[in-house]
Design a protein around this ligand. Structure first.
Ligand code: TRP
Ligand code: SF4
Length: 349
């Protein structure tokens, strides 16, 4: 089958609700490109949402819907890739459990995000077993699909590193039975010598994307431009955006390299427009209001097709697509689990 000749990739996202331009540039836009050249599995990590939000699960369901709709709007195509929901593929839980048997606690305690997050998310009690196990569940998410690559941003690299260590440990304890031809693997371009090959990071190039307050665009800062923001909302948000502090008066020259609006132009505006921005800002030939108007024009141009595509789906259609994808994902996950059970000499099933 032609689709099996393409290298496989897997990635996931927690259901944090409506996605913003930072999520789009940092992950989604890249996934959309990958779907033409790779066999792609993309999933919504709803169990991972519970690791921090277990005390209030009231938003998980709508957040899943919003993320699914944003994915479709961004151009992920269920004909080209498998879009699914973690909790609809119980094999994630099973592999997580098996991994928990072989993983020394110290490996999890030394993951830098563990202590960092405990310190940052002070409103939540994160002394739970599930929170410690976050990266182990992520390792199960990944290895279950035997992917060659995991497209993620820099912040997830340590988790993929741990995943590789878990795979190595698993393969050491449970080598592939000799002479075994894994069922269902016949069309795979790779000859898998281990049950769980170590996947590689496919680092997503992520341009610096500031939010309206000049800090990194992030939901927790409340400084985002969402993929669903209307033109009026985008223009309004841009108006309040911080600029180069050196430009106090209209007649003061500024520097787009020291201005968050300048950073937006660098990512979203044409090179001609960018030249105009540099020239106009440095000579005080343009005002910030005009410059922000241009930035808003560029953003609206990016967002319009996303919103148009998103509007073609209802929430229940989006969920249906994710459910169908989950059936396909489950079929693929079950293949790996058969190999896992076989290597562990556990009853198959
Ligand atoms: N931890 C990832 C994040 O916060 C989400 C995630 C869960 C993931 N499982 C994954 C990403 C598996 C890649 C592969 O963004
Ligand atoms: Fe920033 Fe544009 Fe104002 Fe220059 S003109 S300071 S780039 S908003």
């Amino acid at each position: 089958m032609a689709s099996n000749a393409r290298p496989r990739v897997l990635s996931g996202m927690r259901p944090t609700g409506k996605l913003h331009l930072g999520n789009y540039m940092g992950a989604l836009a890249n996934w959309v490109k990958l779907q033409d050249d790779y066999e792609c599995y993309f999933f919504i990590a709803d169990w991972h949402a519970l690791t921090t939000d277990y005390a209030d699960t009231s938003k998980v369901k709508t957040n899943i819907e919003e993320v699914a709709l944003d994915w479709l709007g961004a151009g992920l195509d269920p004909e080209k890739c498998v879009l699914f929901l973690q909790s609809k593929v119980p094999e994630h839980g099973k592999l997580f459990l098996l991994f928990s048997m072989i993983t020394p606690l110290s490996w999890l305690e030394r993951v830098p995000t563990y202590k960092e997050q405990q310190e940052n998310l002070t409103g939540k009690d994160l002394t739970t077993y599930g929170f410690l196990g976050y990266p182990l569940l992520q390792a199960a998410d990944i290895l279950l699909y035997q992917p060659e690559f995991v497209p993620v941003g820099q912040d997830q690299v340590v988790h993929v590193e741990l995943t590789r260590e878990i795979a190595r440990r698993f393969n050491f304890f449970y080598p592939k039975p000799l002479g075994d031809h894994a069922p269902g693997q016949s069309g795979d371009a790779r000859i898998l010598e281990t049950v769980l090959p170590e996947p590689k990071v496919l680092l997503t190039p992520s341009p610096k994307l500031p939010g309206t307050d000049g800090r990194k665009m992030s939901k927790s800062y409340g400084n985002t431009i969402q993929l669903t923001d209307s033109e009026a909302e985008v223009r309004q948000k841009l108006k309040t955006m911080v600029t180069d502090p050196a430009r106090v008066r209209r007649t003061d020259p500024g520097d787009p390299d020291k201005c968050p609006v300048g950073d937006l132009h660098k990512v979203f505006s044409s090179s001609d427009k960018l030249l105009e921005v540099y020239e106009g800002c440095r000579t005080a030939g343009i005002g910030c209001i005009q410059c922000k108007g241009w930035a808003a024009d560029s953003l609206v141009q990016i967002l319009a097709p996303i919103q148009e595509r998103r509007a073609r789906f209802t929430a229940s259609q989006a969920i249906e697509i994710i459910e169908e994808g989950s059936i396909r994902a489950r079929r693929r996950a079950a293949e790996t689990m058969r190999e896992v059970d076989d290597a562990m000499q556990m009853p198959i099933g």
